[in-house]
Design a protein around this ligand. Structure first.
Ligand code: FES
Length: 68
């Protein structure tokens, strides 16, 4: 599934970078550039990262971990 249309990043690539140790949304953005264009995919990035890592982030601040 294509997550970031601006940088053509799919969920498989996001899974790869999380498995390689990327630290949440910030780590995914650094590794893939997903979310660094229009920003429209940020909510989906947050949801994917929370689902994959079990960590919940603040909806206003992608790097703030609220639980997990
Ligand atoms: S869709 Fe990801 S930054 Fe635009």
């Amino acid at each position: 599934m294509l997550v970031c249309h601006c940088h053509r990043v799919n969920d498989a690539r996001i899974d790869q970078v999380l498995a390689a140790g990327a630290d949440g949304v910030r780590g995914v953005v650094r590794a893939t550039r997903a979310g660094s264009g229009c920003g429209g995919c940020i909510p989906m990035l947050r949801e994917l990262c929370a689902t994959r890592t079990g960590r919940v982030t603040c909806p206003q601040h992608a790097d703030a971990v609220l639980a997990g």
